[in-house]
Design a protein around this ligand. Structure first.
Ligand code: ATP
Ligand code: MG
Length: 463
């Protein structure tokens, strides 16, 4: 096994990348006097990981997004370390560590609150190589073959993400021209962009997200194939798509990202219904408002709940399906359950939302019906709901987008803080409690196309 590994590392000829990037060959070493990133800007945990590995005789560098972010004067979100030690060797060096990963194995090293992700240098695919099986669209099914540092550099996505920083020497090692690209704020694919998108269509999403988040320009050859390859997003496993979509939505630049996705035609493959929703003026207003609020919260370093976010993205689809079911005579609550299940099932074919978020989403959606019930004991029970806060924020968004009368939101704003005597006066008489529902029914229904989309959208529908 070791023998096989060593063979892999040393005997394989260097596979030069196929496209226009300036990668491969001898690396350029850039001293800190030139790049200006000093080691005190690296988290102490990441430094301890590289120092410890190096003291055991291994190569170890901070790599990827963290180096890029430091060069751009941003605080890295997290630190990745790349090393020539195998996962087992890394695990043996650190007491508080664990080997994780299905697609490829890496090691999480824990220091206090910090977790540093340590990955062994890996190689990219080579044609006909059994360890790099691709599907019929050219998507890589495995990429878990160890390699040397240069191979590890060229298997990465963008040149800006392929810089290695050694906290010991404060040098940056650059195999792909990433240093110059970061300096000129260019996002450039390593190798032939079309081939690299085929291998992993998620790279298209990453291009959009990183460009929007970091204010980088996507280099023309890197950008060119995206539009025509957008349909490949359909082959991405649903769980992976969820992860990447979440990163995008929580990037603090979700509005800019969605705008770019739409400009590139990439939004079709994401949430099955997102393209439908964004084409409805009311749905678009609501979704964009929700994303704007999310961006603001993230920039203010406030928490954002993924359940809330996905509940917002799919709300207008739920609403349309709910209205359609009620139109068939199904009572409101069963109709809502039917709508929620239908919408969640349809979109699960593309992007799998973890169950715990699905539960939050349903709570938030169900509360929207309960907010209409403003007589008797019901509003008191709503206040006690563990999801009241999220549901109420959601209601305010609906009011702001013009879907619901502002009066309903104002009522709940007052009701939740009012003294008991005032609350009682606020309650609506039983026969008026359904007022909001009547209003909703009178609104121009988009239920027909919405319901059709929700019930009949197989994966091929959004192409
Ligand atoms: P972020 O700021 O969002 O963390 P990042 O570039 O660090 O951005 P990660 O998902 O943390 O993104 O990935 C770490 C590194 O792994 C990247 O910088 C890149 O070098 C490499 N990488 C990640 N995803 C891919 C991919 N799909 N194809 C090739 N390389 C990738
Ligand atoms: Mg990262």
């Amino acid at each position: 096994m070791i023998r096989k590994l060593l063979d892999k590392v040393f005997s394989r000829g260097r596979r030069g990348p196929a496209g226009g990037h300036r990668g491969g060959g001898a690396p350029v070493t850039i001293p800190s006097s030139k790049h200006g990133v000093t080691k005190d800007r690296i988290s102490s945990s990441a430094r301890r990981v590289t120092e410890t590995l190096q003291s055991h005789g291994y190569k170890a560098y901070v790599v990827g997004g963290a180096v890029r972010d430091l060069m751009l004067d941003r605080t890295p979100k997290d630190y990745d370390v790349a090393t020539d030690a195998t996962p087992e060797q890394v695990y043996a060096v650190f007491r508080r560590s664990r080997i994780i990963g299905r697609r490829f194995r890496l090691v999480h090293v824990m220091f206090g609150q910090d977790t540093i992700e340590v990955s062994t240098f890996r190689a990219n695919q080579s044609a006909g190589d059994d360890d790099h099986k691709k599907d019929e669209h050219g998507r890589l099914l495995r990429d878990n073959v160890f390699g040397n540092q240069e191979e590890d550099a060229v298997r990465r996505d963008f040149t800006a993400n392929a810089l290695y920083y050694d906290p010991g020497t404060e040098e940056i090692i650059d195999y792909c021209g990433g240093y110059d690209d970061v300096k000129t704020r260019t996002l450039r694919m390593i190798g032939d962009p079309s081939v690299r998108y085929r291998e992993d269509p998620v790279r298209m999403l990453r291009a959009v997200r990183l460009a929007a988040k970091l204010g980088l320009t996507i280099e023309p050859q890197t950008e060119a194939p995206i539009r025509e390859m957008a349909h490949l997003m359909q082959n991405v496993p649903a769980a992976r798509l969820f992860e990447e979509m979440l990163k995008l939505l929580l990037s603090g630049h979700a509005v800019a990202c969605i705008q770019r996705l739409r400009a590139q035609g990439l939004h079709h493959g994401l949430l099955p219904m997102l393209d439908v929703i964004l084409e409805q003026p009311m749905g678009e207003r609501f979704v964009m408002l929700a994303l704007q609020r999310t961006d603001e919260r993230i920039l203010d370093e406030k928490g954002v709940s993924p359940g809330f976010l996905f509940a917002a993205l799919l709300w207008h689809e739920v609403l349309a399906t709910w209205n359609a079911a009620q139109g068939r005579g199904v009572p409101p609550v069963p109709a809502m359950h039917e709508a929620m299940d239908q919408v969640l099932t349809t979109q699960a074919e593309k992007i799998s939302i973890p169950r715990r978020f699905g539960v939050d989403m349903k709570d938030i959606w169900l509360l929207q019906w309960r907010f209409e019930q403003r007589s008797g004991k019901r509003p008191y029970r709503v206040l006690e709901s563990p999801k009241f806060r999220a549901g109420y924020d959601f209601l305010l968004l609906r009011c702001e987008s013009g879907e619901v009368d502002a009066e309903v939101g104002e009522w709940w704003t007052r009701f939740q803080d009012a003294p008991e005597s005032e609350r009682e006066e606020m309650l609506l008489p039983a026969d008026k409690a359904g007022g909001a529902k009547k209003r909703r029914r009178r609104r121009k229904p988009r239920s027909e196309d919405g319901a059709d989309t929700a019930s009949s959208a197989p994966s091929g529908d959004d192409a």
